[in-house]
Design a protein around this ligand. Structure first.
Ligand code: PRX
Length: 652
């Protein structure tokens, strides 16, 4: 296990020191000469300045087929968000065509295959041809602007071609992470109403093959709206092909390598991406074409200080998540950059994979989920202080050689792009360990007191993290359920966007994220709602009631702990089988990563007299933090707590 740091000592990543560089805007009128603090204060105090700022940014960041006439039309009280109205543009043209004059032969994509040493380079010219061919094929199949397509594919060039091909013809894509089960995939296909699904014969990850086409076959059985399944070739294995299945590459090769990019309205949905919330049903967050692209390209440039033509951006996220959308595909390509498509896992063939890849490919940036850092950190035995702080020190020392900048970035599927990050900083200002610190240009985070609903204005302080001002990259709605969108994000603190996270602010005003304040947990960087897992477990005929919580886990960041009450009459002899069946049920309904690490059968749960489960108590029991369980006298049956502690101890 000590291999990892030993390899790192030898590493010489060509990562620049960000603090040497300026992040000032050029050519942005009166904003050009302002430093970060001056710009933020001018945007915060004067709405017309804010409007002017986003106008100039919108004009500067993108190529427009028709200029916008209105910068924004937002009212957070009623969850109305719209940017760059009247404008027409195409996201695919902004990510490809506009770079062709100067970057046709520059590498756009580096595909780092599962087996190290098999990297494939794709230029902007090649990207253009591939995207056009697939876009032509999709048009031929009857897809048209306004339709949706589901993509169930591994990270690699084909999924990027398909995303951009959809964008080219005005079809909203919904990429479903290729680790989801057939049932979870079917639920998303049905919810988004996809006529077309695009998948891959098999994926390869960590040396193992994953049967994607077979999973799609199982999913589409319950999706009568699906007319066509395109199948991309990764392994070339023979997979069953039915009447609606069409080989992707073979058919695309016969199509035109020139397909016009359709002018789309600014607010046309670019994609729908499902994420977990605190209820059982995943939410399909809708992102716009113009605002999203303005914001991801701007944040990619400024948060990471990205220089197209010189830098190789290595975001190792899977394209199935928002990080992959924003910082593998749209941000880097809109900026004319070179971006990494990482097919493998952080531990294949060994835990030095990221660093070996970075060295071999000459990456200038690495962007990854901190869960993996935490896991290494714990494995290395560097525990003892608050986790985040340790992770930062570890990363700074081993990866950054003690002198490279580390950007802890805070954001969400809902926010479209990074909202809080050390960059943009006042030039040369220090970056403090383990906190994202500063809001991005034009954003105004506020801390709210959940008890009073009032803003917490003093510092240092803690509270629920909200955003006061809208920004172009924020999600516009939940697909098919705007009411739920308004209720989830805009009702708790009227007039503000509520993130679902808690945060603290230090005396200097810098922000630190304390974690979710709702029933959302984060397992190996994957966001999960505890209610989704409860729904899956509750569907088993032997189960009466369940309560699922997240607890700190040394390898996964958080892991799933399920407390299960069985129905009367279930034989104790069946417990072993039931444990397996219940885990299987979660795997089948959601995904392998959602399977409870611990599953405890119990006779009771700690409930208030009104029947509400006290999850706080379950979390303390799971963390064996018995001393801070606190007052249990308000429980309907306080003896439950002692029984749970004993069961938990026996189960270990
Ligand atoms: O709890 C926060 C955590 O990840 C959640 C968002 O998850 P998702 O939508 O899957 O997007 C992840 C990638 C952007 C947030 O509500 N989170 C995100 N960034 C940080 C974080 N927690 C602590 N520090 C961060 N930098």
């Amino acid at each position: 296990m000590l291999r990892c740091p030993l390899q790192l000592v030898r590493l010489r990543l060509p990562v620049r020191q960000l603090s040497d560089l300026t992040t000032k805007f050029t050519g942005l009128g009166s904003f050009s000469n302002l430093n970060y603090d001056q710009l933020q204060s001018s945007l915060r105090t004067d709405s017309s300045q804010c409007e002017q700022f986003w106008k100039l940014i919108g004009e500067q960041q993108l190529n427009w087929m028709q200029p916008f006439h209105t910068v924004s039309d937002c009212d957070l009280k009623s969850a109305k968000i719209a940017w760059y109205l009247g404008g027409k543009l195409n996201a695919s043209a902004n990510c490809i065509d506009r770079h062709l004059a100067t970057r046709a032969d520059q590498t756009a994509l580096i595909w780092e295959q599962d087996e190290p040493g098999n990297q494939v380079y794709i230029t902007y010219k090649q990207l253009h041809a591939e995207v056009c061919r697939i876009a032509s094929l999709l048009l031929q199949s009857g897809l048209q602007a306004g339709d949706t397509a589901v993509l169930y594919m591994p990270t690699g060039p084909p999924v990027v071609y398909c995303m951009l091909a959809c964008a080219r013809i005005g079809v909203a894509h919904s990429v479903v992470f290729a680790g989801f089960s057939a049932e979870a995939l079917a639920a998303r296909i049905q919810d988004v109403g996809a006529k077309v699904v695009i998948t891959t014969d098999q994926a390869i990850r960590g040396g193992k093959t994953v049967e994607l086409k077979r999973t799609v076959d199982a999913a589409v059985k319950s999706c009568p709206m699906v007319e066509r399944v395109f199948v991309s070739t990764r392994t070339g294995a023979s997979v069953p092909m039915g009447s609606i299945d069409v080989p992707l590459e073979k058919n695309a090769a016969a199509c035109s390598a020139d397909c016009a990019a359709e002018p789309m309205d600014s607010e046309q949905p670019l994609f729908v991406l499902y994420t977990s919330g605190s209820t059982g049903k995943p939410k399909g967050l809708v992102h716009s074409t113009a605002g999203y692209l303005v914001y991801t390209s701007l944040t990619h440039q400024h948060v990471f200080d990205y220089r197209p033509g010189q830098d190789i951006f290595g975001c190792v996220a899977d394209v199935g998540w928002i990080t992959g959308h924003s910082y593998v595909v749209y941000g880097p390509l809109a900026n004319g950059g070179t971006t990494l498509l990482f097919e493998s896992t952080p531990a294949y063939p060994d835990v030095g994979r990221y660093w070996e890849t970075a060295e071999r490919l000459g990456l200038t940036h690495i962007y990854l989920s901190p869960t993996y850092d935490l896991s290494r950190l714990r494995v290395l035995g560097c525990v003892g202080e608050p986790l985040n702080h340790e992770a930062w020190e570890w990363y700074h020392r081993w990866v950054g050689g003690g002198h490279r900048d580390i950007a802890d970035t805070w954001w969400q599927t809902e926010t479209g792009g990074v909202c809080i990050a050390p960059r943009p900083s006042a030039e040369g200002a220090p970056i403090l360990p383990a906190m994202p610190m500063r809001p991005f240009y034009g954003l105004e985070p506020v801390l709210m007191d959940p008890a009073t609903g009032a803003e917490v204005t003093e510092s240092p302080a803690e509270g629920h993290l909200c955003m006061r001002r809208p920004w172009p990259g924020m999600a516009r709605s939940i697909w098919g359920d705007h009411k739920r969108f308004a209720e989830t994000y805009y009702s708790q603190f009227p007039g503000l966007y509520f993130t679902g996270d808690g945060a603290s602010r230090d005396a200097q005003g810098f922000l630190h994220i304390t974690g979710r304040v709702d029933d959302v947990i984060n397992v190996t960087g994957h966001r999960l709602g505890t209610a989704e897992i409860e729904d899956a477990l509750d569907s088993h005929p032997a189960v009466s009631e369940t309560a699922v919580i997240g607890y700190p886990h040394k390898l996964k960041g958080e892991a799933v702990y399920a407390f299960v009450i069985l129905k009367d009459g279930v034989s104790i002899d069946r417990l072993g089988d039931l444990r397996r069946e219940l885990k299987r049920r979660v795997r089948d309904r959601i995904a392998a990563y959602a399977v409870p690490e611990k599953l405890l059968f119990t006779d009771g749960l700690p409930k208030t007299r009104s029947g509400k489960i006290m999850r706080r108590i379950l979390k303390r029991i799971a963390a064996e933090d018995y001393d801070s369980i606190g007052d249990i006298s308000t429980l309907a049956d306080p003896s439950v707590v002692e029984a749970l502690k004993q069961h938990h101890d026996l189960y270990q």
